[in-house]
Ligand binder design. Structure first.
Ligand code: ADP
Length: 232
């Protein structure tokens, strides 16, 4: 059984279809990139996977004991979020909220988990820093540490390299690849197809009425890739 299985999924809002005929599954250890033009429905699909937007039709099933709250999410950063007035420690710790149960405070276990993931992301020294004073790359590491506190199984990222300079972008992609090699399953929305084919194991390319799903190798032989010019 896959972590996520979608069959004939229809996405949209209040009676308006955004994309349909979406079929794919995500298995443990996969690195899936969701690509498509602006407005194709990538973010809507991500919201559906996170349980924030219900599908308009089709099937969406979680398996392998993956609960809805066991997904680490790295949202698309807005200018407001970049200015968020909190310390690095507070932001990372907030990722452990789902493991607090009904207790209204962070315990020893949550603090240890936050520290472990901050060290893993090499931001422990930034613990007391104000988030908004960090560079774009450091902010993404903070959000990654936060997402890792929420899940050690599945990480969902929405356009994570937006606004990062080319060097930091490559470092970020390499970091995600390393996490994937360490066992974390990755789903990433990206408009950057050339990086998607370089790092991902699987590609889901969505358009309004059709979609491609398969391994990256299969994608490179597909009409979708050919129609993009074959070399982005
Ligand atoms: P992408 O991420 O591929 O750029 P989106 O999923 O953001 O595409 O948007 C797909 C379509 O859904 C767009 O036409 C957009 O205007 C529409 N849309 C996005 N969010 C909403 C919403 N909350 N209510 C209604 N329509 C929306």
């Amino acid at each position: 059984m896959a972590y996520i299985k979608c069959k004939n999924l229809v996405l949209g809002y209040e009676g308006t279809i955004v994309a349909e005929n979406i079929n794919f599954e995500v298995n443990r250890g996969d690195y899936l990139c969701i690509v498509g033009e602006n407005g194709a429905g990538k973010t809507t699909l991500m919201k559906t996977l996170l349980g924030l937007t219900p599908p308009m039709g089709g099937e969406f099933v979680r398996g392998e004991g993956l609960n809805a709250h066991e997904t680490g999410y790295l949202p698309q950063q807005t200018v407001v979020q970049r200015d968020f007035p909190a310390s690095v420690w507070e932001i990372v710790l907030s990722g452990t909220l789902s493991s607090c149960g009904k207790r209204p405070f962070f315990g020893k276990e949550q603090k240890a988990l936050a520290e472990k993931n901050m060290r893993r992301m090499d931001i422990w020294e930034l613990k007391k820093e104000c988030y908004r004073r960090l560079s774009g790359g450091q902010q993404q590491r903070v959000l990654l540490a936060r997402a890792l506190c929420a899940s050690s199984k599945l990480l969902v990222l929405d356009e994570p390299v937006t606004g990062l300079d080319p060097k930091v972008t490559v470092e970020f992609y390499q970091l995600i690849k390393k996490l994937n090699e360490e066992g974390l399953t990755i789903i990433m929305v990206s408009h950057d197809v050339s990086s998607a084919i370089k790092y991902a194991s699987h590609i889901l390319h969505i358009e309004k009425e059709r979609s491609f799903t398969g391994t990256t190798k299969e994608y490179l032989k597909s009409d979708f890739w050919r129609e993009l010019g074959g070399a982005v």
